[in-house]
Each structure stands twice: as structure tokens, then as C-alpha cells.
Design a protein around this ligand. Sequence first.
Ligand SMILES: Nc1ncnc2c1ncn2[C@@H]1O[C@H](COP(=O)(O)OP(=O)(O)OP(=O)(O)O)[C@@H](O)[C@H]1O
Ligand SMILES: [Mg+2]
Length: 258
Amino acid sequence: MTALLSVKGVTVRFGGVTALEDAGFDLQPGELLGLLGPNGAGKTTMMRSITGVVTPQAGEVTLEGHPITRLPTHQRVRRGLGLSQQIVRPFRSMSVVDNVTLAAGHAKTASPLTALGRRLRSAERERALELLLQVGISEVAESEPSSLPLGMLKRLEVARALALDPKLLLLDEPLAGLNHLEAGRLADTIVALNESGLSIILIEHNLSEVLRICQRLVVLDNGRNLAAGEPRAVMDDPAVQAAYLGSGAKPDEERADA
Ligand SMILES: Nc1ncnc2c1ncn2[C@@H]1O[C@H](COP(=O)(O)OP(=O)(O)OP(=O)(O)O)[C@@H](O)[C@H]1O
Ligand SMILES: [Mg+2]
């Protein structure tokens, strides 16, 4: 079976800091993969290398067998990548549904200003409303993001990523900052999206949810591959436990409730 995504030998340096060193993994179609590692392990840099926000000094990224390493982000999005970032950044002066409509327009025009300048098309708005329903925040469609709690903004961020109609959804800490109940609900939504056929890479520090929902894990540490495989076996790996302990991070609920 051809991997949906294949990342091989990726190295990223920022000045003197090596964020990734010869790192990589494969994702099979339909997988829900957890990408883990302590703070600073290189997870976000890996996601940015996949989406084209960061250009690696070495390595290759292929999507459905086609090299995408040298393509700009908008072309990778056209080929099926959708991303939801660690920092939530909606347009504050625009309603929730318009934020998602704009993302849907962006998928077609590659220019948010073009999408803004013309009348937002009703088909795109219909699609945006469907997506809000899918992520469970349709009741706040007409609200402005600034009036919403973090749990809803996180869902908005997922809806905006889905508006790109991705084959592969990349989620960077979607559960961070959510309480136990909210995190569980959004994790259930992520499972439902995966069951509907979407392949997903989930970066998360909330290990109890990761263990509950992910089919396979890849662990990075200090920019390198540390472990990969079935979730329980990976978490029982002494090297993985040492990496988490060594980081001084208590990656689980404590952080989620902070
Ligand atoms: N734009 C940048 N400029 C300089 N250094 C960077 C940049 N982005 C990341 N780094 C460094 O690269 C390393 C990996 O960072 P990255 O953000 O990928 O880690 P992470 O695994 O996502 O961490 P966290 O769990 O805290 O989000 C860190 O040492 C970080 O300080
Ligand atoms: Mg990160």
C-alpha cells in the first residue's frame, strides 16, 4: 500500500538550533496517528515541514507518492493537506461562520482577500454551517470569535481546517487548554472525523486522550525519532518514559487544566 504521507530524513536548523535531525515517518490512508514528544521535541517543526511553512535543509516529504517538499503551502493544501495550528488565530471582527466560509473560499482562490472582496458565496456558507454542525458549534455561528471560550475556538480552528477539504488533517495541540470534559468531547469529534474517512495526524500532550483515540504513535525527542508503534507498547518503552521525565514536563491533565 502506498503511504498517504511519507516523511524521510528531514533536518531543520534555525541558526544554531537543530529542531529536526534526520526525522521521518509514514502515514497510511485512514490512519489516526499521534505525534508525540516532550516540549521542544520538534513536533510543530515537523508539522510545518509537512505543510511548507518551514523549508527543511535536508529530507523529503511525499503525499500519495508525489514529492511536495518544494511546493508552497497553498499548493500542498490543494493536494489535500489541512492544518489547524497550535495558536488559535481566527479573524476577530468576523462571525464564526464567516471565518469558516472564508477558509472554504481560500481553498478555491488561494487568496483570502479575493475571497473577502467578492460576496461570500452561499454554497461556501452552507458548507461552513455544515462544518460547524460537525464540530458541534453551530449554535454560535453568528457570534464573533472574541466572545467565545477557548473550547469553542479550538473547534472553530478544526472547522477552518476541514473547510480546506483535506485528505490529511494535521492538528497541533487541539486539546491544549481545554478542561477534561471539553478535551474528551473534541477528541470524540476527531475520532468521528477519522471514522468518516479522514486521515489525521494529532500532535498532543494530553496523553490519556491520545492513548484512548490514536491507532499508532510516533515519538520525537530532541528532533530525532525516538519510538513508533502501537500506543501502549510505545508508552511502556523506557526510552519514551525517560524522555518525558527528563523534560520535567507533566504532559497530561495538569497541563490541560492549566
Ligand atoms: N522559528 C524558530 N526559530 C528558532 N528556533 C525555533 C523555531 N521554531 C522552533 N524552534 C526551536 O526548535 C525546537 C523544536 O521546536 P518545536 O516548536 O518544533 O517543538 P514542539 O515539539 O512543537 O514543542 P511544544 O510541545 O512545546 O510545542 C525548539 O528548540 C525550538 O525552540
Ligand atoms: Mg509545538
